[in-house]
Design a protein around this ligand. Structure first.
Ligand SMILES: Cc1cc2nc3c(=O)[nH]c(=O)nc-3n(C[C@H](O)[C@H](O)[C@H](O)COP(=O)(O)OP(=O)(O)OC[C@H]3O[C@@H](n4cnc5c(N)ncnc54)[C@H](O)[C@@H]3O)c2cc1C
Length: 228
């Protein structure tokens, strides 16, 4: 293994927008009050004392009865650092917005820019990195011949790291979790989905997703890990 680096340095990274989510109770009560206003009228809704607990119970009830459009008002942004393989998969989720790092500008293609699958044995790690860097050598060779980056980027491997921001509402996110937390999903996108679940639960938004069987599995797994 390269000096000073360990396998975690090559892992996916997922972050959530804390600025928007700073107060889960205010966000939730605000959304629920607005939805109730549209359903029963402003006067009646404003007269109701809506606690965070009541707001969460309302949302749970709406999910149970299939009134799921209300979930579209809960919107989250994630900053994700992942391979181009996984970014191809994630952008297939069309009910979301994306902004992705371009390969048309200058990049420092080094070991930090590779995502290494956890399946790679430690004994094969150096060889894996070496072979990935070989593709960068070909890329550099063609740049030096005078071709533009937007032409030469075709030599870059799908395992290189890219960054994207994804903004997605809770309804679409539930669909993503139902698909991407499944065992048949690719390990990297499943890892990303698991980290999203962890972040959402740690910020108090678990009530939007807790009824999904695959989400329950992730949470139980995390509890088992933290209790060990
Ligand atoms: C295990 C696995 C393997 C996969 N393998 C492949 C593969 O080999 N090749 C491949 O191309 N893709 C593959 N996919 C991607 C998959 O086909 C979906 O494109 C992707 O998962 C996004 O799902 P989605 O359309 O439900 O999400 P979104 O695009 O976010 O759509 C959300 C929902 O909106 C509705 N919707 C959106 N657009 C339309 C539309 N045009 N018409 C009707 N309803 C719509 C649907 O109800 C849909 O579920 C795979 C996905 C998984 C999980």
């Amino acid at each position: 293994m390269m000096t000073g680096m360990n396998k975690n340095d090559y892992d996916v990274r997922v972050d959530i927008n804390d600025d928007i989510l700073s107060d889960v109770s205010l966000v939730t009560i605000g959304i629920v009050r607005d939805i109730i206003r549209t359903r029963v009228g402003r006067g009646k809704a404003d007269a109701m004392a809506i606690s965070f607990q009541l707001a969460k119970d309302k949302v749970r009830k709406w999910i149970k009865m299939g009134h799921v459009s209300v979930l579209e008002h809960f919107v989250f942004s994630f900053d994700i650092s992942l391979s181009r393989v996984a970014s191809h998969q994630i952008v297939r989720h069309r009910i979301a917005s994306y902004t992705q790092e371009t390969l048309r500008v200058k990049h420092d293609f080094s070991t930090e820019n590779i995502i290494i699958p956890p399946q790679i044995d430690d004994s094969d790690l150096n060889e894996w990195i070496h072979d990935m860097l070989q593709s960068f050598e070909l890329y550099k060779k063609w740049l030096e011949k005078g071709y533009n980056r937007d032409v030469v980027r075709r030599f870059l491997p799908s395992g290189i790291r890219t960054g994207l921001r994804m903004t997605i509402n809770a309804r679409s996110l539930r669909n993503l979790f139902e698909q991407r937390l499944a065992k048949v999903a690719d390990f990297e996108i499943r890892n990303i989905a698991e980290r999203m679940v962890g972040l959402l639960f740690s910020r108090g938004y678990g009530f939007l997703f807790e009824d999904i069987p695959l989400v329950k599995k992730v949470i139980n797994k995390t509890k088992t890990l933290t209790n060990e």
